[in-house]
Design a binder for this molecule. Structure first.
Ligand SMILES: [Zn+2]
Length: 374
C-alpha cells in the first residue's frame, strides 16, 4: 500500500519508516472499495452507553473484545498481512504487551516466526500469551521507544518485518481507521468527541480519520495519558506545538501507554497537531484516578478494562468538557483480565452485603452460613 508524507507529500511504498525526504509521518490513502479490505475480518467490537456517574450516556467502545484482548489485533492483522504478502521470512515487534500478543496470534496464523522485544518494566504476564503462541520473547533493559528503535535496526539489518504500532508503520494508523468505520456503522448519528488513551497516538488519529472517511465529519479528538508518563499532555499544557521526549522516570502502572517517545517524539507532535486542529485537547490522570475508574467501569458497566484504557473515560470525566458535543465515544483499548488475574485482588462484597443489596435480609446470610458450615 502506498503512503504519502503528511509534511512534504512524497509518496512511497515502504512498509515502515518515516519519509526519506524530510523525516515526516507517512499516511496511507483512503481505502479503495473493491481493492482494500474495508471491514475487519471479524464481528465489530461492542459499543455501549456507560452508567458510571459523570459518564452517563458516554459510549464505550470495548476493544478488549478483540480476539487477543486489544485493538492491536486490528493493527497486526494488517501489518502481518503486508509482511506475508511481501515474502518476508520473519517479523520483529517492540511492545509493552498488547502488540506482542496480537502479533503472536497473527504470525501464528501466517506461519511467520516472531521475535518479541519488551521494555524493562513489562510485567511477565503481559507477554505470556505471546510465548504461548510460539513467539521468542526477549527483555531489553530500556524504555519502550528505545526498544522500538532496536526493532527497527534488526528489521533493517536482517530483512525482517518490523511490526511497529507507532506512526513508523503507515499500516498501523490505517488499521485503526477500522475503528472509526465500525463506529459509523454502529451509530445513526455523528460522533462529536472521540477520546482515546495514547502513547504515540495512531489509535486516536486513525479512528478519527476512519470516522471522517465514513461520515465526512471529523470528531473532536481528545488524547488521554497517565500523569506518570505524559509527554503529549505536557506539551499541550505548556502551549507548545512540539512534543518533547519524557525524561523523568516513568511513574505509572499504565504500561500500555507509558511511552516517553524518546526515539520518535515527532509521533507525539503529529498527534498533538491533529488534536489541536479540531479543537480537542490532551490531558493526563493519576494512577489513583485510573484505578478508581477501572473499578467503576467494572461495577457499573460490567467492563473489565485494562488500567491504561481507563485513561479515556477518566480524562473525559475529570475535564468536564461536556460542551464539546453530545455524542462522546471513549475507546477502551484493551481488556483488563491480565491485570485482574495478577494485580491486587478485589474481595467483592460479603454475603451480608449481597443480602442487603437484594433485600433478602439476614435470613439469607444465615441460610448460606448454615449450608457452608461457616
Ligand atoms: Zn516528507
Amino acid at each position: 500500500m502506498k503512503a504519502a508524507c503528511a509534511a512534504c507529500g512524497l509518496t512511497d511504498d515502504a512498509l515502515d519508516g518515516y519519509c526519506r525526504a524530510c523525516g515526516g509521518i507517512r499516511l496511507s490513502g483512503a481505502p479503495v472499495p473493491g481493492r482494500d479490505e474495508l471491514r475487519p475480518a471479524q464481528e465489530p467490537t461492542p459499543l455501549r452507553p456507560s452508567r458510571v456517574p459523570g459518564l452517563e450516556g458516554v459510549l464505550l467502545k470495548l476493544e478488549g473484545a478483540n480476539p487477543t484482548g486489544s485493538f492491536k489485533d486490528r493493527v497486526m492483522r494488517v501489518l502481518v498481512g503486508e509482511a506475508a504478502g511481501s515474502g518476508l521470512r520473519g517479523a520483529v515487534v517492540a511492545s509493552s504487551g498488547n502488540a506482542a500478543v496480537a502479533a503472536s496470534a497473527a504470525c501464528a496464523e501466517a506461519g511467520l516466526p516472531l521475535l518479541v522485544l519488551i521494555p524493562a518494566q513489562t510485567p511477565p504476564e503481559r507477554v505470556a500469551p505471546a510465548a504461548l503462541r510460539g513467539a521468542t520473547v526477549v527483555r531489553v533493559p530500556r524504555e519502550i521507544s528505545s526498544v522500538h528503535a532496536l526493532a527497527g535496526r534488526l528489521a533493517g539489518a536482517f530483512g525482517l518485518a518490523n511490526l511497529s504500532s507507532t506512526f513508523a508503520a503507515p499500516g498501523c494508523e490505517w488499521a485503526c481507521r477500522q475503528i472509526g468505520r465500525e463506529l459509523a456503522e454502529q451509530l445513526d448519528r455523528p460522533v462529536d468527541v472521540l477520546v482515546a488513551p495514547v502513547s504515540a497516538g495512531p489509535v486516536l488519529v486513525g479512528a478519527g480519520r476512519g470516522l471522517a472517511e465514513a461520515t465526512g465529519v471529523l470528531p473532536v479528538l481528545v488524547a488521554a495519558q497517565a500523569s506518570g508518563c505524559a509527554p503529549i499532555a505536557e506539551a499541550f499544557d505548556a502551549g507548545r506545538a512540539e512534543v518533547r521526549p519524557w525524561t523523568r522516570p516513568i511513574a505509572t502502572r499504565a504500561a500500555a501507554i507509558a511511552d516517553p517517545l524518546v526515539a520518535y517524539p515527532q509521533d507525539g507532535t503529529f498527534t498533538l497537531a491533529q488534536v489541536k486542529a479540531g479543537g480537542g485537547f490532551a490531558a493526563a490522570v493519576t494512577d489513583e484516578e485510573l484505578t478508581a475508574m477501572r473499578r467503576e467501569l467494572a461495577v457499573r458497566d460490567g467492563a473489565d478494562a485494562e488500567l491504561s484504557s481507563c485513561a479515556a473515560p477518566a480524562v473525559w470525566r475529570l475535564a468536564g468538557r461536556t460542551g464539546l458535543g453530545a455524542t462522546v465515544v471513549c475507546l477502551l483499548t484493551g481488556n483488563g483480565l491480565k491485570d485482574t488475574l495478577t494485580g491486587p485482588q478485589e474481595p467483592g462484597p460479603s454475603v451480608a452485603g449481597y443480602a442487603e443489596a437484594t433485600g433478602a435480609g439476614t435470613r439469607l446470610a444465615e441460610e448460606v452460613q448454615r449450608w457452608t458450615g461457616g
